[in-house]
Design a protein around this ligand. Structure first.
Ligand code: NIG
Ligand code: FE
Length: 427
């Protein structure tokens, strides 16, 4: 029996989310569900999708691993399209300070925050970063994540930025989760460049970006475009250079202060603009017109006690919305997909259907991969999640609890709640 040949049959709901590009507006509500559905995967690629009684008749079951999904919902693997999962050290003290009323930006301006993690990440060996990163990936897999985006940005120097990207490259090769790498060399201003932000951007453009592009260490370039961090002009300069080198663009925009990040994303044709808590009406409309995905990170708004991004306004104005965790050691330390569903549905006026689309097909689009992942369609990777309940509706309803029973990556069972890790990988 070929590895990656798998038949998942009789799903009470086969939630295909069908599509090959980002969905906007009302399209986000249509999950293209097949009742009593079956999926056939051959050599890791989906080859048939349909009603069980139609598909199974023509299939020789002895050639496949077979999973009977009677009474269970089957969905595309989740795509967590914005994380900072490779880092050294932790910052629990900052969480306590925030509880006492000190803001995230105040902590950063006092010399804490991101640069604190920069210190421990510079000190950590690549092996240490890999070992810690692996544990976080293992945890994400249990939540049904089959593709994750990971950023550098805790080096802010040549060696450490490259070390972080190399660590992710190695993890990508060894771990079932696919990793899409983003270069975030301009995540904060390091001590040695305080007051010399323009020179720091020049350093990134001249000394680090070319190597990242040349060695294909990252597919995307990111920047923390924010008041008192990097300006619109500095962001435009770095991102334009990245684009010239053939990289995609996705960046932290209009998170704390409205400075025109959404407008810049539209102007540059970014793949996504992320956070957007303060994005203007015009910026959102510009993004919709330019087809930029709005990647919303409600875990961060929740953890920083900020108001949420205006998902309803964005969707109603045809801007495609994706949801992601933003897992990082500072503003939002979580890999929890159930938390995202809870926040999106209960606090952001998103329907459950929209949240499912945002975490699958639109997440894939935020990584430029909607043609390969994010839905259960013929020709896509066999990345699939099986819930322990009969409907996708149970995901937000079972508040904050993981409802994922099995995860399949490229047609191979890689997580099963009922089995130990060693047994699962032998499947
Ligand atoms: O997306 N806002 C900037 N960057 C991260 C936080 C990184 C950190 O605090 O370590 C974010 O929230
Ligand atoms: Fe982030």
């Amino acid at each position: 029996m070929e590895k990656g040949n798998l038949l998942v049959k009789n799903a009470s709901e086969l939630v295909t989310v069908s599509g090959y590009q980002a969905k906007a507006g009302k399209e986000m509500s249509d999950l293209h569900i097949i009742e009593n559905g079956t999926v056939v995967i051959e050599n890791g690629i989906i080859t048939q999708v349909g009603k069980a009684n139609e598909v199974v008749k023509q299939i020789d079951e002895s050639k496949y691993h077979v999973i009977d999904a009677t009474g269970k919902a089957v969905l595309p693997g989740f795509v967590d399209s914005h994380t900072h999962f490779v880092f050294g050290g932790y910052r629990p003290d900052e969480f306590s300070w925030r509880l006492q009323g000190v803001s995230y930006m105040e902590i950063m301006n006092r010399g804490g925050g991101i640069v604190n993690t920069v210190k421990s990440t510079r000190e950590a060996s690549k092996e240490k970063l890999i070992n810690e990163g692996r544990k976080r990936l293992d945890s994400m897999l249990t939540f049904g994540v089959t593709t994750v985006e990971g950023k550098s940005g805790y080096g802010l120097d040549y060696e450490t930025e490259i070390k972080q990207l190399d660590a992710m490259q190695e993890l990508d090769q060894e771990h079932p989760i696919d990793i899409v790498k983003t270069f975030l060399g301009a995540h904060a201003v390091p001590k040695e460049y305080k007051g010399k932000e323009d020179a720091f951007i020049t350093f990134m453009i001249e000394k680090v970006l070319p190597e990242v592009a040349e060695r294909k260490l990252a597919q995307f370039c990111d920047i923390f475009c924010e008041e008192n961090v990097f300006s619109i002009e500095q962001s435009r300069r770095l991102l334009t250079e990245a684009k010239k080198l053939g990289m995609g663009i996705k960046f932290h925009a209009d998170e704390i202060v409205q400075i025109g990040g959404a407008e810049l994303a539209a102007e540059l044709g970014a793949t996504s603009a992320d956070h957007l808590l303060q994005a203007s009406d015009q910026g959102i409309k510009d993004m919709a017109k330019a087809g930029v995905v709005a990647t919303l990170l409600p875990g961060t708004a929740f953890s920083l006690k900020e108001s949420y991004a205006r998902a309803r306004y964005m969707i109603d104005n045809h801007c495609p919305v994706a949801l992601a965790t933003d897992l990082n050691p500072g503003s939002c330390f979580t890999e929890s997909i159930p938390l995202l569903f809870a926040l999106a549905t209960l606090y952001m006026e998103m329907t459950t259907e929209e949240a499912v689309t945002a975490l699958t097909l639109n997440g894939a689009a935020a990584l430029g991969r909607a043609d390969k992942i994010g839905s259960i369609d013929v020709g896509k990777q066999g990345d699939i999640v099986i819930l322990e309940f009969p409907s996708y509706n149970y995901i937000p309803y079972h508040i904050g609890v993981n409802t994922v029973e099995k995860v399949i990556k490229n047609g191979v069972l890689v997580f099963d709640k009922e089995k130990k890790k060693e047994e699962t990988f032998k499947f």
